[in-house]
Design a protein around this ligand. Structure first.
Ligand code: ACO
Length: 310
């Protein structure tokens, strides 16, 4: 038996904030944002929409896609750095909204690598046959911790949610290998100021990401006993197109084989990877039996990668 993804879903708020809109808020330009980051626009949740609301939309879509009912869920894992409140967890709020009364629930805090940490946690419970169906969600309302007067960060982030229902799949499919890692010594480069906004040393995070994304991708490919030529589709964390391109080039993957939601959604932290996975699967970019590599990095510093047979 394998452990894999039974269904995916994602949600983005309808309000679009373009680079041109940002030109009216901070001293920046559409040209700077496009060329330095690859972002053209991002979605912003209205005041009355919280992280759990976006998580709910994405989860309902993933459950429908998987053909799994909320009451069949054994565990809900929500990766987020922007919970509705510090406690209770978003996963508990989501459990109630879904009516998933049989599910245990907890949040996962690993910043932009959070969804990878969630997927791998889910894999352990399913593999050991403790649980059958686990909902893994990445959901963020980053706009509420964004300093809209700081041009170094406010142009980068957007709101959204992505979800995957995980369970048993046939032998040879699902998660073939994984890598998770952390380096707390790099915490100073990216953090939320006490109850406040995001602080980021962009250059340091950039250097770390350009090194880590290709390395982790190559590690999981090797652990699965495969070669980089075997990769059919790459889903990197959507933080900066230049970081993503560096990973793609190292793997020698053609441009059309890499998910690129960054252009229209920006960086959605833990939601970026599941949003890109869901959108790519629904657009038919991932086909049956494809080898998909998912790779993320984030504050902590944290990182995680998975080689997945679809
Ligand atoms: N518009 C115009 N100019 C800007 C802007 C902006 N929005 N932001 C910064 N600049 C200026 C800077 O002030 C600097 O000016 P200076 O040289 O006069 O000081 C100049 O542009 C160049 O700044 P750099 O930091 O060198 O620009 P760089 O090419 O490194 O791009 C960026 C900055 C996009 C932030 C890049 O470093 C990056 O993507 N880093 C990684 C970010 C990342 O991956 N974050 C992950 C977050 S995930 C999570 O856990 C939430």
């Amino acid at each position: 038996m394998g452990v894999g993804v039974l269904g995916v879903g994602h949600y983005v708020p309808s309000k679009v904030l373009t680079n041109t809109d940002l030109e009216n808020i901070v001293d920046t330009s559409d040209e700077w944002i496009r060329t330095r980051t690859g972002i053209e626009e991002r979605r912003i949740a209205e005041d009355d929409m919280n992280t759990s609301d976006m998580a709910l939309h994405a989860s309902l879509s993933a459950l429908e896609n998987a053909g799994v009912k909320p009451e069949e869920l054994d565990l809900i894992l929500v990766a987020t750095v922007t919970p509705d409140t510090p406690f209770p967890s978003v996963s508990c709020i989501l459990q109630e909204k879904l009516g998933a009364w049989n599910a245990a629930a907890m949040d996962v805090s690993a910043a932009c690598a959070g969804f990878m940490y969630g997927m791998i946690t889910a894999k352990q419970f399913i593999e050991t046959k403790v649980y059958k169906h686990i909902l893994v969600v990445g959901a963020e309302k980053l706009s509420k911790i964004t300093d809209w007067s700081d041009r170094n960060t406010c142009v980068l982030f957007g709101d959204g949610a992505g979800a995957a229902v995980m369970g048993e799949v046939s032998e040879g499919k699902g998660i073939l290998s994984f890598e998770l890692g952390a380096n707390g010594a790099g915490a100073e480069h990216l953090y939320q100021k006490n109850k406040g906004y995001i602080y980021m040393n962009g250059r340091e995070v950039f250097k770390f990401a350009v090194r880590q994304m290709p390395e982790s991708s190559l590690n999981v490919i090797e652990k699965a006993g495969l070669k980089k030529e075997d990769v059919d589709y790459l889903i990197p964390h959507q933080a900066n197109i230049r970081i993503m391109e560096a990973a793609r080039e190292k793997l020698g993957i053609p441009e059309e084989k890499m998910a690129k939601t960054i252009k229209k959604y920006g960086n959605n932290s833990s939601a970026s990877i599941p949003m890109a996975l869901s959108e790519s699967a629904k657009d038919g970019k991932i086909k049956d039996n494809d080898l998909v590599v998912l790779v993320g990095f984030g504050a902590g510093l944290t990182w995680g990668a998975v080689a997945l047979r679809w």
